[in-house]
Design a protein around this ligand. Structure first.
Ligand code: BGC
Length: 749
């Protein structure tokens, strides 16, 4: 009897997914018994049709009246793609005042890297290695979007991507699960803040799961990830974001090992709900339920609606599968109403937690004043500064503003106000963008010549006489290259990753003028720029830097800011190397200690890599390893120490090292801590990132950095099909990139 009372009590307390049959875990969304009572009370008053209505999400048209009748009848639970605060208020008024139960709508939008004030693309955000700054950016996005009535963003995208052909690599944090997890948590915190506060948005972690491993980098393609690969690489960022309180999750388009994610019960129920205890809401991707028919996984909409519900989907984005068929499926007994109740609880919980019932409306007249606020633009500029990566510098940078006379500004990205915003910048208005040309003209009135050389990145041209003549007249050439926004993002994969059009030819022509050439690349992915490096004296990789890219780059080039970004993804020498990433498994034929950076000098054919895993023509190494980036000063690492030689599995490793600024300018270094498990029940990666941090040091300054790493963070999903730390020998590095540093050895007993 006591036992029963105790477990009932626990059930009420934990409310994990509102199901008493599940393992007892704390709520991931932070729901409370009071919230659950409210949800249940509402649910008990709903008809089956009203419940199914909540599970239906539609894309708003240009006219509210298109959907007003359906909202009034309770047939729509959420809309996406409506941004006008007046129309959003009108939708909410109909839902709240004219529908039977007055349940407000959840209004969603892809606010991916800023709303009006656009921040660098997520891959650029990851290059900052600065979660606090990324959180600040997400907060800015929330403040701007929520002012217009948007309370749900389809971000962050947590897809690990190791193939830069995939256009959506722009939208995520790159190749590394640890970095991705930290960025994901930061965005969740930034968007969601204190939920009831009406300047917040619910985050939606996506795309669950494996979508970034699309075969050949072709978007929407199949993936074949083993359970172990999922658990060790692709799932951890999602689990971290769930633990950070993400309210919603989106399924992915891909089929993994033959099962489309939207119908994959193993990932949506067994892992997400039962193992992690997620009690938020699951939405499909756009028509991904319908795409299960194209996949050949279901014959018609009725069948895929049942499959998706049974797999664990709560809300249907744009298939109209639930709204058209669930009622009939329940009536025929093919689907249990309790499954629908569970889904609707997750939806209502989200609405209650967001405070939508208390604050369904926005002050439409006040919305505009919030957009592009000075502090938002300032955060966007700081973020763009931190996200740029200095990949080459012969010493020419930073330029001395006082001693630089005439400046030639050239290249297709020098004045491309739309394209520098990058992919998924629906709401960023190009008239608010400050391009490099605009920023440089403002800073150096009368000293800037502008000759585009190429009008857009894809342009093909063979004569550059005009721009070369201008370069000869100038003291320095600032050339802005890259790719238009439309060349990355969804459905925009590429098979050739060299600078597109005649940009390499433009750079080579500029080189011939004999003046210092400073190149900046703005792109949605790491392009293969090896052949371009000799043709410039310095190269900054800015990804697509957003609204404030121009001022940020001007500050970096002229030394008002110092580059500190590091590569969040391996930069390849040639596309044929893809996929290549630092945390690859140890092969049976390891090449020279796996020190990737040594290979930058290693020309194929000149260095014998023996019978190892490498290309005859391109060797074994990338152009730049993960975590790489220069500064205007130099940093040295010394005296790496651990507090013991051996640790228990429940112990904590105390690591310390000295970081010194050995150069002549102040600067910020992103240090990185990597570990390697030398012998495991399975082959293990040669290195894995486990900590990073940013330290700002004055010239000549040294700092002892101390940190703790719980041994539990060395765990992985091993041969025994569970996540655990395997005792044995380990190595640990602290360095400025994934290819440097000398390891210290330690044991776990
Ligand atoms: C994308 C999602 C996006 C959704 C809504 C889909 O095509 O894959 O990432 O959130 O559209 O716009």
């Amino acid at each position: 009897m006591m036992k029963t009372i105790k477990s009932l009590f626990l059930c009420v307390l934990t409310l994990a997914a509102a199901s008493c049959g599940r393992p007892q875990q704390a709520s991931t969304t932070g729901t409370t018994p009071a919230v659950e009572r409210r949800v249940d009370a509402l649910l008990s008053r709903m008809t089956l049709a009203e419940k199914i209505g909540q599970m239906n999400q539609v894309s708003a048209g240009s006219d509210v009246s298109n959907y007003s009748d359906a909202v009034r009848k309770g047939q729509i639970g959420s809309i996406l793609n409506e941004v006008d605060p007046v129309r959003i208020n009108e939708f909410q008024r109909i839902a709240v005042e004219e529908s039977r139960l007055g349940i407000p709508l959840l209004v969603g939008r892809d606010v991916i890297h800023g709303f009006h004030t656009v921040f660098p693309i997520p891959l650029g955000l990851a290059a900052t290695f600065d979660p606090a700054l990324v959180e600040e950016g997400a907060r800015v996005a929330s403040v701007e979007a929520s002012a217009q009535g948007i309370r749900w963003t389809f971000s962050p995208m947590l897809d690990i991507a190791r193939d830069p052909r995939w256009g959506r690599i722009a939208e995520g944090s790159g190749e590394d699960p640890y970095l991705d997890a930290r960025m994901g948590e930061a965005m969740v915190r930034g968007y969601q803040g204190t939920l009831q506060d009406s300047t917040t948005m619910a985050a939606c972690i996506k795309h669950f799961v494996g979508y970034g491993a699309a075969e050949g980098g072709r978007d929407y393609n199949s993936t074949f990830l083993s359970e172990r690969q999922l658990r060790n690489v692709y799932l951890p960022p999602f689990e971290a974001a769930v633990r950070a309180g993400a309210l919603t999750l989106m399924t992915s388009f891909n089929d993994n090992d033959g099962i489309p994610s939207t119908g994959n019960r193993f990932i949506l129920k067994d892992i997400l709900r039962d193992e992690w205890g997620f009690d938020g809401m699951v939405v499909t991707d756009w028509n991904s339920m319908g795409e299960m028919i194209s996949h050949g996984y279901g014959a018609d909409r009725k069948e895929v609606a049942r499959e998706a519900l049974e797999a664990g989907v709560d809300m249907d984005m744009m298939t109209y599968g639930f709204i058209s068929h669930l009622e009939e499926l329940v009536r025929s007994g093919a689907v249990r109403e309790s499954a629908i109740d569970a889904a609707v609880r997750n939806i209502l919980r989200t609405k209650v937690l967001l405070g939508l019932f208390e604050h369904p409306y926005v002050d439409a007249a006040a919305a505009e004043a919030v957009q592009y606020a000075p502090e938002h633009l300032d955060a966007a500029r700081r973020t763009a500064e931190e996200s740029a990566i200095l990949l080459k510098n012969t010493g020419v940078l930073p330029l001395d503003a006082a001693r630089t006379g005439r400046i030639l500004v050239t290249g297709p990205m020098a004045d491309a106000p739309h394209d520098q915003l990058g992919t998924w910048a629906f709401d960023g208005q190009k008239q608010h963008t400050i391009t490099p040309l605009a920023a440089l003209r403002e800073r150096f009135p009368g000293r800037v010549d502008y000759v585009p050389g190429l009008r857009f990145s894809r342009e093909k041209k063979s004569h550059f006489d005009e721009v070369v003549a201008a370069a000869r007249r100038a003291d320095v050439v600032l050339v802005f290259l890259g790719e238009e926004a439309i060349l990355s993002g969804e459905a925009h994969s590429l098979a050739d990753l060299n600078l597109i059009g005649s940009q390499s030819e433009l750079l080579a022509a500029l080189r011939s003028a004999g003046k210092p050439v400073i190149a900046t690349v703005m792109a949605g992915r790491p392009l293969t720029i090896e052949r371009d490096l000799p043709n410039c004296d310095a190269l900054l990789y800015a990804f697509h830097p957003g609204t404030m890219g121009g001022p940020a780059l001007t500050n970096l080039i002229f030394g008002d800011a110092t580059p500190s970004g590091k590569t969040p993804i391996t930069f390849l020498r040639t596309v044929g190397q893809a996929p290549m990433y630092y945390a690859h498994n140890m092969t049976g034929r390891p090449y020279n200690g796996e020190t990737l950076l040594d290979g930058i000098e290693a020309e194929a054919g000149q260095t014998s890599l023996g019978n190892t895993s490498y290309y005859l023509d391109y060797g074994a190494y990338p152009l730049f390893p993960f975590g790489y980036g220069l500064s205007y000063t130099e940093f040295a690492y010394s005296d790496l120490a651990l507090d013991a030689a051996s640790y228990r599995r429940d112990g904590v490793i105390r690591v310390s090292f000295t970081l010194s600024n050995t150069g002549r300018r102040a600067g910020t270094e992103v240090w990185q801590l990597y570990v390697r498990d030398l012998v495991g029940s399975l082959t293990r990666p040669v290195k894995e990132l486990r900590r990073f941090g940013r330290e700002t040091l004055e010239p000549g300054e040294s700092r002892r950095v101390e940190l703790e790493l719980p041994v539990s963070e060395l765990a992985f999903w091993g041969a025994e099909r569970k996540k655990q730390v395997e005792p044995g020998d380990f190595q640990l590095w602290v360095a400025g990139d994934s290819a440097s540093g000398e390891p210290l050895a330690f044991k776990v007993e």
